[in-house]
Design a protein around this ligand. Structure first.
Ligand SMILES: [Fe+2]
Ligand SMILES: [Fe+2]
Length: 428
């Protein structure tokens, strides 16, 4: 009995100790799960360069601080190796706006600097008082006819802090002089997750601060209820405000070295007749009055999908006739979490009279589609993270897609032909 009682008592004590441990661990876990790994602080973070209407003479920079830092400045000058010369930098005050979302209280700061010299390497920093960023280098774009380079990335969305950083970093290593980085939407998985945006800026680090980004929203930048763009989008980016009313900074365009880049908000096309119509009129006008030799269109929901259940017929029916009529060169998309590139076999294109427009969808993060059905694509891939590098010289566009392992996966040249559709030359 005594022994039994002892065992019981020991068992009780042991159970009590375990219970205490569980409570303690739960308390620690609860505390850990609420700790923000990327809290806003007096030092600037999330410093991002954005494409402007004319990147040859202007730059736009946004950054974040904690809410007690109510003002910010940008200092800029043509690059110099003499560290004493930074005293001569031009200083411009930012537009600073308070940001409160759930438990995040911050200030977002934005500055656009115009009147810069084309094709010139500048150095800049942002901050105030004792809290400044490092000096970043960035080069203004040149003029039409200069060699153009840009990086294109499909959905980031998953593995943002784990498997995606290697992709953006490898892309930057191969093309450090890119004029732009294009994001085809679903940049994060939950558009209102401060954590995921924090992971994005962690993953891309200083690359965001040196190469202007062109961000197009996907369905994941919208709240599940439908029509509200991520609360973070407009405070943290300064994209050109030249799109249709109500869709500014998700629909916009920029002319860069002979290429017209247009971002379409495909989610709103899929969701709203009114937003579809607005964008149709707007895109028609941009393509009709396009002084550039080349045109790239960026959006999220692909015209041609990897399987019939993901068909985006509203997008295709709205814009395909315009892209054909105005001979758009390349269309860069995401959404399907796979890779597909096609021109030769797209519906409606005959062997002799090919479309002339190349349609591509890609993925840079770790979420992958498990089902894949062929059809329109000339080249495709599943379970492969990729990034794409594009250069344009004269009448030829050179396209290369690399896997996250750094291997060349797809390559072609697109050649302008006077009075005829583009000629595609396979390079791999
Ligand atoms: Fe999507
Ligand atoms: Fe996605």
């Amino acid at each position: 009995m005594t022994g039994m009682n002892n065992r019981k008592e020991k068992g009780y004590r042991c159970a009590g100790f375990v219970s205490l441990c569980v409570v303690f661990c739960m308390a620690v876990q609860a505390q850990t799960s609420t700790v923000n790994p990327f809290p806003p602080a007096p030092n600037p973070d999330r410093i991002v360069l954005n494409v402007t209407r004319d990147p040859s003479t202007s730059i736009a920079v946004n950054w974040r601080t904690c809410d007690t830092v109510r003002e910010g400045f940008l200092e800029i000058m043509p690059v110099t190796a003499d560290p004493r010369a930074v005293d001569k930098a031009l200083r411009k005050q930012a537009k600073s706006e308070a940001f409160q979302f759930e438990d995040i209280a911050a200030n977002y700061h934005s500055v656009t600097v115009s009147g810069l010299i084309p094709k010139t390497l500048y150095m800049y920093r942002v901050g105030q008082g004792a809290h400044w960023s490092e000096w970043f280098h960035t080069k203004t774009a040149g003029k039409s006819g200069d060699k153009l380079s840009f990086i294109y990335l499909g959905d980031v969305q998953s593995g943002i802090k784990t498997l995606w950083p290697r992709v953006i970093r490898d892309a930057y290593t191969k093309m450090p002089d890119a004029n732009l980085i294009l994001y085809a939407g679903d940049i994060v998985n939950r558009g209102n997750s401060d954590l995921e945006w924090g992971e994005l800026f962690y993953g891309g680090s200083f690359i965001h601060s040196m190469i202007p980004g062109m961000h197009s929203p996907g369905n994941h930048e919208y709240a599940r209820t439908g029509d509200t763009l991520s609360a973070f989008w407009r405070p943290q980016f300064s994209l050109p405000e030249n799109g249709p009313e109500g869709l500014k900074e998700s629909c916009y365009y920029a002319d860069v070295q002979g290429m017209r880049f247009i971002s379409i908000n495909s989610y709103r096309v899929e969701e709203s007749d009114e937003d579809l119509q607005k964008q149709k009129v707007w895109v028609d006008s941009l393509l009709r009055n396009n002084p550039n030799q080349w045109t790239t269109i960026l959006f999220h929901h692909p015209f041609y999908s990897i399987r019939p259940t993901r068909d985006n017929i509203r997008m295709r029916n709205t814009f395909k006739p315009l892209f054909d009529k105005y001979k758009v060169d390349i269309v860069l998309q995401g959404h399907d979490h796979a890779y597909a590139r096609g021109m030769q076999k797209i519906p409606g294109a005959t062997k002799d009279e090919k479309s002339g427009t190349v349609y591509i969808l890609s993925v840079s993060g770790s979420k992958m589609s498990s089902k894949f059905e062929g059809g329109w694509m000339d080249v495709s891939a599943t379970y492969t993270q990729l990034y794409q590098l594009v250069t344009v010289e004269g009448n030829t566009l050179h396209y290369k897609a690399y896997t996250a392992a750094g291997e060349l996966y797809d390559a072609f040249d697109l050649v302008k032909q006077k009075g005829k559709n583009n000629r595609l030359v396979e390079k791999k």
